[in-house]
Design a binder for this molecule. Structure first.
Ligand SMILES: C[S@@+](CC[C@H](N)C(=O)[O-])C[C@H]1O[C@@H](n2cnc3c(N)ncnc32)[C@H](O)[C@@H]1O
Length: 269
């Protein structure tokens, strides 16, 4: 392992971690071919298991023994080691989860090959909140759906907060960003998917009714927190499905809605 004690915060390789505020992270993590930050040994382990490559690691001395075995295959990756105050002044926050790794973002898989063979997929249209994106991935993993498609404007699943809220499942669940949506509905139909739009609509069928004899392959579309699914998405759907609401509540949080629907439509569990 290539341990590098931090002697100066100006060290070139540390720039990936400097002032890790949400805004700064967005800058380094969003561009295609850029980086994302894996936080904690657990998430780093998942990222490596997914075949992602680290560019560097940042940690306190006490975590070296935990991280060392993870990096056996990457002897040349720099591992920057510093004390808590040094790391805090570098990143802008207290690093209580032990280690951070700057990871190379994986190439986005082709949508068609990603969904081929899948039976349940989730499609996120313009979800803006990284917490919701992370929570949906956690439900997808835990309730056995096969893949996630995100619209061009959907929040980044590899953003630090999404990764953390997902418990690292964004690194495990196959996903890709659709180049265009709702134009991609043609691909979904060609691959045999029934598009079910989750929306509160007078003409919607209830989730219970839809789940009674569900289609073999379902793409479950979820809409943005404020406005819900666009009219174009609703038009692209084969069925609109609603979870009936009680006590005057108008809707569920989008991540809660995904969990309810995925459980109802689960295959073989
Ligand atoms: C907070 S809701 C958006 C509410 C928005 N005012 C609307 O009318 O769609 C965000 C997303 O969660 C899903 N959702 C939430 N509650 C739902 C329900 N009771 N039935 C079906 N979908 C629901 C839908 O996909 C919706 O686009």
């Amino acid at each position: 392992m290539r341990l590098i004690p931090i002697e100066s915060l100006d060290t070139e390789g540390l720039a990936d971690y400097s002032r890790l505020t949400d805004v700064a992270l967005r800058r380094v993590s969003e561009p295609e071919g850029g980086l994302y930050i894996a936080e904690s040994t657990k998430v780093i382990t998942r990222a490596l298991a997914a075949g992602h490559r680290p560019r560097s690691v940042l940690l306190q001395e006490q975590w070296v023994k935990d991280v060392a075995p993870l990096l056996d295959a990457f002897p040349d990756v720099p591992v920057y080691v510093g004390d808590a105050p040094t790391l805090e002044s570098l990143t802008g926050y207290h690093l209580h989860r032990g280690a951070l790794a700057a990871m190379h973002r994986p190439e986005m898989p082709d949508m068609r090959s990603l969904i081929r063979g899948a039976r349940r997929i989730v499609l996120l249209e313009d979800i803006v909140d990284h917490t919701n994106v992370g929570a949906i991935f956690r439900s997808v993993a835990g309730l056995g759906a096969d893949a996630v498609l995100v619209s061009p404007r959907c929040a980044d699943p590899l953003y630090r907060r999404s990764v953390r809220v997902s418990m690292g499942t964004v690194l495990q669940v196959p996903w890709t960003r659709m180049p265009e949506w709702p134009e991609a509905q043609a691909i979904l139909h060609e691959e045999g998917f029934h598009i079910a739009a989750l929306a509160l609509d007078d003409k919607a069928v209830t989730l219970d009714a839809f789940s009674h004899t569900p289609p073999e392959r379902v793409a479950l579309a979820l809409g943005a927190e404020g406005d819900g699914l666009s009219s174009a998405a609703l038009e692209a759907a084969d069925t609109t499905v609603m979870i009936p609401m009680l006590h005057g509540v108008d809707s569920l949080n989008v991540a809660s809605a995904s969990a309810v629907a995925l459980w109802s439509l689960r295959v073989g569990a």
